[in-house]
Write a protein of this length. Sequence first.
Length: 534
Amino acid sequence: MRTTRRSVLGAGVAGTAILAAPAVWPARAQPSAKGTVRAVMHGDVPTFDPIWTTANMAAYHGNMVYDTLFGIDDQVRPQPQMVGRHGLSDDQLTFTMELRDGLKWSDGTDVTARDCVASLRRWAARDGAGQHMMERVADISARDARTIVIKLKEPYGLITDAMAKTSTPICFMMREKEAMTDPMQKIETIVGSGPFLFNERETRPGSQYVYDRNPNYRPRSEPPSWIAGGKVVHVERVIFQNMPDVQTAIAALQAGEVDYVEQPPIDTVPALEADPDIALQDRNPLGNVGWIRLNFLHPPFNNVKARQAVLWAVDQEAHLKATFVDRRFYQPCGSFLTCGTPYESDANTEWFKRGPDRAKARQLLQESGYKGEPVTLLQATNILYMTNAAQILAQELRAIGMNIQMVPMDWSGVVQRRAVKAPPDQGGWNIFITSADGLSSSNPIWAAAHAATGERGWFGWPSDELHERLRDEWVKAPDLETRQKVTHRLQENAWNFVPHVYYGQWRTPVAHRKNVTGWINSPGVVPFWNVKKA
């Protein structure tokens, strides 16, 4: 079946028109309540193209319908997924992968090496780790229908890590036809080879997204581990049910109307803990890191002093307490790479150790030459921690003399607007709030936002040559001790040129009905394989 974003959006607008349309979805029995898992995720699916954006909900969609060549396991090791045999030549300049047996697209055709070559190229054009890898790649080709060959200019030890990572955009494989789409344009046709099929007919964009078990998917034999191993689907259907009001979502969970809530408000945790039918689970031990992204292309943040002013103005404790309330679930963190990992560092963190210093921030802002021009702050209104962070940040920056203009919109709107490079008064922006999972943020290559490659990089488009040289050194470091030393230098420089500012680190438990079991802990995405409903 061919599913397009245009056709689905048209169905959403036309209301019941889709029900009267000729059936393009194979006739199937309606899944029973026990065969259907309803999940309230943290936001809406902004696009069906998980390569075009780093928005997590697009990756969640991609994780259902697409598959990857490699997947990361719970020991943070890349494991083969779509790949069977693979290996590196003795001179470490040729990496060869052979697709495993039985891989089919949802239209019934075979997955080929040509599909994967095109997919790798498109992904690498958008992803920071992919860009870093491709700078060292001489060629990617299909030797035959099932064999992919990567020729390197120099040895590069992170090939499988890059293809396995859970940070967005994830390296999903698509048909060659879709993968040949300009990386800066969204794909419209959804044909995957993953464990679920996207059900266009019953999807209502903005309301619900429906995924049915793919009967032709052939999982690996290994036990599941994060996004590696066997993706065995036990339920017939998964529905992402949009409920922007979190209290409504919690009430629906307690009533048994939904089975899973990804981000229950922390103030509901005591009631959920007391409910005999609800279980709380710490899905992601490293949690999430809150990012304040600054636009390097336009004033005032094209001036380093203005960026440093934000660094000195932000009170992480105030940001975190407003949303996460209980210190069990959050911690301020001054490290450029995630706290609680081997790469945590306190280098160049006077701004953090002294706490917010508004006088220092005001002085830096004045030194930047700022004259009170409007500063556009995008506020996502449908994700609580982003809403709160934007409101608190606006207060903090107004207190140092910045003329903040809040622009409220839902997260999908932020995802669209943050890609605009035009000046703020022409539809662009100066600041937006986001977050990344702690595992991705702990690695300067995995997280696209850790790159400082200018306009070919991630939204905000920071540029710094020393930062890029240090990222290269980090990759080439022969052992953990050497890599930690490079990390300190990387952080020393980062908090000088300020590619972004953090507002803290947190963990939030997920909540689910106790009769729904088999949830896999995984950073970055939520696996729905292995899940069973009694």
